[in-house]
Design a protein around this ligand. Structure first.
Ligand code: ADP
Length: 460
């Protein structure tokens, strides 16, 4: 990120500054070369017109003028004759000596030239002097310093460098700041997710402020909470199953050992103990069957056999099947329908769900009481109500009785032979049909279970 931003920020800037200084330099070079060449030409013209090279009487004055001009314009002026001998030098350094530079040679050959000598930071411009017959009788060389221009350009480049450095510092600061803002929280979230993936479901992402990252963190936290719940309920489930199966197993163990350890056991005792063992095995079979049907109703696993169900007929069948059980306990079991209802769903499963409710009604109602099953519907839902006059369920228990293996009073249930899985099965079947179930009850007030099932079954 840092590199990217630096490239984005700095490269155009460098390119821009480089171009500007280059253009400026080019412009200055060109105009100065022209200017110096113009001077050289002018001086050469003057010398030619007044014939200063030959007319020694006026020469001295003109050389003096050249000195003044050179001082004024900060340049050196050299005049040579046709052989390259210096006749005038505003620096008074080479007078009378031969002074040959390429520009002078070119001029003596008949053309003007201006060159920039970068090593000397100076412009050399030359112009020839001719006699009336166009013979080249000398040349003027003007050497003008270019140092101040270079200095100016240097100053400009330096300023650009300062600006560039400043921008680099700003970009770095910005990137560090942004990475704190963006990568800090992201890293935090990532670290936590890695821990969660490793099985530490209690980990939560620390939420600070209110932005997209806290939203992401919240979503991850919610997901993790759900995972933790699933993991916990899975562990609970396994420990509940083992516990529930251990009780009948240890009974069987005790019963069989007491038979084995005694000698001369009477035949009736064998019979009695074996009956007990058989009933414990029945209990285990019930638990295993219930567990299997719970697994089958798991929305992820469930194989649903959808058909149009005549709900009246289905409820009548349930009541008919359980009537003998109610009769045994002297409980009045009745069915009443306000409407004919047809529902799309899995008949076998729904029958099991209602049977569990009715079965419970009979189980938890003392002799002489009643269990009433009724059916009603509006245009959206159908309602199946199972009402009994039994021991009822206290409000705090109502939220728990749908949990697997939950029983209000364990000792009491040993007599009724429940597994604590019936309502969990009922609940999972209702959920599978996108329905809901409501309890109206209180201790010793009887219990009413109202099952709502949507008539338009949503697939899935
Ligand atoms: P069980 O096999 O023990 O009946 P359930 O899951 O069917 O298991 O029910 C869980 C518990 O809810 C029962 O143990 C019982 O205490 C309570 N319960 C269920 N139905 C009724 C009811 N109609 N009246 C009173 N208590 C009930």
């Amino acid at each position: 990120m840092l590199v990217t931003y630096l490239i984005i920020g700095i490269v155009p800037l460098l390119f821009f500054s480089f171009n500007i200084t280059k253009t400026l330099q080019g412009y200055f070079e060109e105009t100065n070369e022209k200017e110096v060449l113009y001077q050289a030409n002018k001086i050469a013209g003057n010398i030619q017109k007044a014939d200063y090279l030959n007319d020694k009487s006026k020469q001295a004055q003109f050389w003096q003028d050249l000195d003044d001009r050179s001082a004024e314009e900060n340049c050196r002026i050299i005049v040579v004759d046709s052989d390259g001998y210096v006749v005038a030098d505003t620096n008074h350094a080479v007078i009378g000596k031969m002074f040959i530079v390429p520009e002078i040679i070119v001029a003596l050959e008949g053309s003007d030239e201006a060159n920039l000598r970068k090593d000397e930071q100076a412009i050399y411009a030359s112009a020839y002097i001719e006699d009336p017959y166009s013979n080249k009788i000398g040349a003027v060389l003007v050497i003008s310093s270019f140092a101040d221009v270079y200095q100016l350009i240097n100053e400009i480049s330096n300023k650009w460098i300062i600006v560039t450095l400043f921008i680099i510092v700003i970009v770095i600061a910005l990137v560090i700041f942004m990475s704190q803002i963006i990568f800090g929280p992201l890293k935090n979230i990532l670290d936590t997710i890695q821990k969660i993936s490793a099985g530490q479901f209690h980990q939560r992402i620390e939420l600070k402020g209110k932005n997209e990252f806290t939203q992401l963190g919240e979503a991850v936290n919610t997901m993790t909470k759900r995972l933790e719940e699933v993991d916990q309920s899975r562990q609970e489930f396994v420990s509940n199953v083992s516990h529930e199966l251990k009780t009948p197993l240890s009974s069987i163990k005790v019963l069989s050992e007491s038979l084995l350890l005694q000698e001369n056991v009477p035949a009736e005792m064998y019979r009695e103990f074996l009956l007990d063992i058989s009933s414990e095995i029945d209990r285990m079979t019930n638990i295993v069957n219930d567990l299997l049907s719970l697994v089958r109703n798991d929305p992820n696993e469930a194989k649903v056999n959808v058909s149009d169900i005549d709900v009246n007929k289905m409820l009548r069948d349930v009541v008919k099947r359980l009537s003998p059980l109610a009769g045994d306990k002297n409980i009045e079991l009745s069915f009443q329908a306000a409407k004919d209802v047809v529902l799309r769903g899995d008949e076998v499963k729904l029958m099991l769900a209602v049977s569990n409710l009715v079965d419970n009604g009979i189980k938890y109602t003392p002799p002489g009481g009643y269990v009433k099953v009724s059916l009603d519907a509006d245009n959206k839902d159908c309602f199946i109500t199972v009402q009994d006059s039994g021991i009822g369920i206290s409000e705090e228990e109502q939220s728990k009785i749908f949990e697997r293996f939950y029983r209000v009073d364990k000792t009491r249930d040993r007599e009724t032979g429940g597994t604590g899985l019936g309502l969990a099965i009922t609940h999972s079947i209702i959920m599978l049909h996108n329905g809901s179930v409501k309890i109206i009850s209180g201790e010793n007030e009887g219990a009413t279970f109202i099952v709502r099932l949507p008539l338009e079954r949503k697939e899935g």
